[in-house]
Design a binder for this molecule. Structure first.
Ligand code: ZN
Ligand code: ZN
Length: 428
């Protein structure tokens, strides 16, 4: 469909010299075909579309979001910092009003990177979107932000980072965690005790196609965005819901992606997954770019199966209607005691064990680190009457002793600030 013509900024960072291993799906040539396709289609000839160079994020940018017990240099190599910097570039272009919208086509991805980074998870080391959002909050004073994660995998890292933040609405629409990594993203996960309803999960059954995704986006995502009224809408644009993706089981088409993007209407999109690098990624990227630029995407045609485009089973559509009802009902009846934390002596506490599948940075470290790590984390959130509460995090893994860290909410009250200044004090 043709919408209002928008000025769109594109940031490309294909990281041609970076991969986790030689045959890894998140590999060097992932964005090569997309770039070729955009050049072939002459996308940069449209007067409103312009390419910009990414900056590199700094250690300070990373630490604004993450706790990195091993050290930022151990968890983020140059490509990670430039990928996050590409997101920052996109966000700044938008915040400075140089463009109406921006799309950072960067890799490596970031949405599985949680609050604490001991190692890599699901191809991600640092969270590109969160690093961009917190930078914009600091530089431009933006308060209310919504993230809509349309990657096929649950955006568990972004959810974890914003779990206790009532000013960040995080919505993830993904393949049901009972059938795909990382296994989380159930509808009952609705945010921490002081931020109930600011996290929304929409798990869809395998083989959901365009109609199903569009129904969920119209029935759940759009009304929640309208109600929340964010100053900034970020799309974690993962494109592994495509029907040809080799590591997932959904049936979305490039045009389905374009229409979903039009409904979400993001200010800034940041690429996440998408591993059908030749048959899908160039087309889905192209369709989203056209949609964001207000151009007619209907002519974007990826190779289709001989029986025609995939459809959604009517039973899945009924399931989505029931899911919508459940989500809206749970959101209307907050139950902080069901958030997974237990209130003890004025502190909401929860224990977490988070699996990291990749050692921190490069193959150079092989032999020094095990490939797999388990983070053991204890979170204590102050049940503060005056602000969202000081968060105290105790974290360790097999290879990193870690320690006790605190995170203050942006509008922390004086009491929480003074408690944070004390290094060791009894909890619970
Ligand atoms: Zn993914
Ligand atoms: Zn407080």
């Amino acid at each position: 469909m043709k919408g209002k013509k928008e000025k769109l900024g594109l940031i490309f960072f294909p990281a041609y010299d970076w991969a986790i291993s030689d045959y890894h799906p998140e590999r060097e040539e992932r964005l090569l075909y997309t770039h070729d396709q955009l050049m072939e289609e002459g996308i940069f000839d449209f007067p409103g579309i312009k390419e910009y160079r990414p900056i590199a994020a700094t250690a300070e940018d990373v630490l604004r979001v993450h706790i990195c017990p091993p050290g930022v240099d151990k968890v983020a190599a140059a490509p990670h910092l430039i990928s996050a910097g590409g997101a920052i570039t996109a966000g700044r272009l938008w915040a400075n009003k140089e463009v109406d919208k921006a799309f950072a086509l960067v890799r490596p991805p970031g949405h599985h990177a949680t609050l604490v980074v001991h190692g890599g998870r699901g191809f991600c080391n640092i969270n590109n979107e969160a690093i961009m959002i917190e930078k914009l909050r600091e530089e431009f004073g933006i308060k209310k932000v919504a993230i809509v994660d349309t990657d096929c995998h649950h955006g568990d890292g972004s959810q974890d980072i914003y779990w206790h933040d009532p000013d960040t609405l995080f919505i993830s629409i993904h393949q049901d965690g009972r059938t795909l990594y990382p296994g989380t993203g159930d509808i009952t996960e609705m945010g921490g005790p002081k931020a109930w309803g600011a996290t929304i999960n929409i798990p869809l059954p395998p083989a959901t196609g365009d109609e199903g995704f569009l129904r969920a986006t119209r029935q759940i995502v759009r009304p929640l965005l309208d109600e929340f009224q964010p100053e900034l809408v970020v799309n974690s644009a993962g494109q592994d819901n495509h029907f040809t993706d080799p590591i997932t089981n959904m049936k979305l088409t490039a045009r389905g992606y374009a229409e979903m993007s039009a409904i979400i209407n993001p200010d800034v999109a940041v690429l996440e997954g998408g591993y059908a690098i030749q048959g899908a990624l160039p087309f889905t990227n192209m369709a989203i770019i056209m949609s964001m630029a207000g151009l007619d995407w209907r002519k974007v045609n990826e190779p289709m199966p001989s029986q025609g485009p995939p459809t959604t089973d009517p039973r899945v559509l009924d399931y989505i209607d029931a899911l919508t009802e459940s989500i809206m009902e749970m959101r209307a009846n907050p139950k902080p005691e069901k958030s997974g934390s237990v209130l003890r002596n004025g502190w909401w506490q929860r224990d977490r064990r988070i699996f990291c599948d990749t050692h921190p940075v490069t193959r150079d470290l092989e032999g020094m680190w095990p490939s797999y790590l388990n983070e053991h984390r204890k979170e204590s959130l102050r049940d503060c009457p005056d602000c969202p509460g000081l968060l105290v995090v105790e974290t360790s893994s097999e290879v990193c002793k870690g320690g006790k860290y605190f995170k203050l909410p942006r509008q922390a009250c004086d009491k929480c600030k003074s408690l944070a200044a004390q290094v060791n004090y009894p909890l619970g």
